[in-house]
Design a protein around this ligand. Sequence first.
Ligand code: FAD
Length: 460
Amino acid sequence: MLTTKIINKLKSVVSDKNVLLEVEERFVYSQDATNMQNVPCLADAVVFVENETQIQKILKLANENKIPVIARGAGTNLVGACIPLCGGIILNFSKMNKILEINPSNMTAKVQAGVVVGKLAEEASKYGLFYPPDPSNLKVSTIGGSIALNSGGAKTFKYGSTKDYVISLKIVTANGEIMNIGSNTAKNSTGYQMPQLFIGSEGTLGIIVEAVLKLIPKPESSKVMLAYFDSISKAACAVNKIIEEKLYPATLDIMDKTTLKTIDDFCPTGLKYNYEAALLIEVDGYECSLDWQQHKISSILQNLEVKDIVISNSQEEAEKIWTARRSAFGACAKLAPNVETGDIVVPREKIPQLVDEIREICNKNNLMVCILGHIGDGNIHPHIPLDLNNEDDVKNYEKAKDEIHKLALNLGGTLSGEHGIGCEKSKYMKFAEDSIALNYMKQIKNVFDPRNILNPKKIF
Ligand SMILES: Cc1cc2nc3c(=O)[nH]c(=O)nc-3n(C[C@H](O)[C@H](O)[C@H](O)COP(=O)(O)OP(=O)(O)OC[C@H]3O[C@@H](n4cnc5c(N)ncnc54)[C@H](O)[C@@H]3O)c2cc1C
């Protein structure tokens, strides 16, 4: 509970209208996109920040009084990363949503942390530039949230994830200082790569207020192919062959039969769900290179017993395929009241084994599963529709979740390819990370946040 004195101080920093205190308001902001049956703890206040000076003052106040502070972008993370496990202040970034500069000569964008990822991509595109990280909810998720989780997306195979595009950050530290890290230059070997430390830090080391992001030239054109196979292993084999032939598609995604059917039932786009798996392959680059790439890939696929290939012949057709792919989560939500998902990642060669064993685990635990993901990155999302009000479903899911994460580790993979750890996967950290490394991570946390006010009880 915050004292009246603290609440009045908060109001004097950001004005009355920017502090939410009603229980209903605090309830709403004490949840994120993660499935939680019960809200474990309510935030004490939700504060809409408008500039860095306000954030500095709030953090000074919070640090002096040992009040937890949880930064919140769009609250779309799936790992409980925004849930105020110890109460405290939610810092809402929705009013810090300005694109401050797009610099076509430097090919950089300077943005506030609350800028929506898709909005930046759209603005950059007006300059012929491209911001590739594209979480499938890019129309709502924010730059701050995606940096704090190192979000990826469907184009990570070719273009990398958020970590590859952050060149400098302005941070407000736990004690309210402003710290600028990195440099707005194409290259930088000046000491420790500090921005990398804050990427994936889930709001536990400092509050990101501004970022300078690298942009790249926008590919002139793109084409989408859907290739159907009668087994996951044949689809995986095709992916390896495409890579071995040194082709470099922007996207190499997979959807299994159940996913294809579920999506098509939800939004009919003509997906062929009589096959076991479909590869979604996007090639991009100069217009004149697209037919060549497409023919090369088609001939590889033909040699690997592809059952059918559908190729987009217009932007509209490509968009239709992408809409179907991006609808997967929503479509699964039609199957049961809730959907749980994960984002384990394994060396690519282990994908067929991973998929087979995830299915076995779900089957054994009486759970349905739609398997899809970024096969080019070895990153799989098992979407598990279930009813969290049903005790058996909950028990079965908890067991399956443990087994799936253990399986990924046994296959030489790790817990998260893009969603992060939050409080949902923190119990597995000791199995995934070297104990000495884990110990250093905790020491780093302690250096930046000795009073443990920044998003406590997350990651570890
Ligand atoms: C339907 C759906 C599809 C998704 N698809 C993808 C996908 O394809 N790829 C992918 O990687 N993820 C995906 N996600 C997961 C998630 O939405 C993304 O990781 C997203 O980028 C998080 O952004 P956000 O603004 O919602 O962050 P939030 O959920 O608000 O916050 C996430 C974390 O960042 C911290 N944070 C937020 N702002 C700041 C700040 N200014 N300073 C410091 N810390 C901060 C928070 O404290 C929290 O720890 C998906 C989620 C949903 C619901």
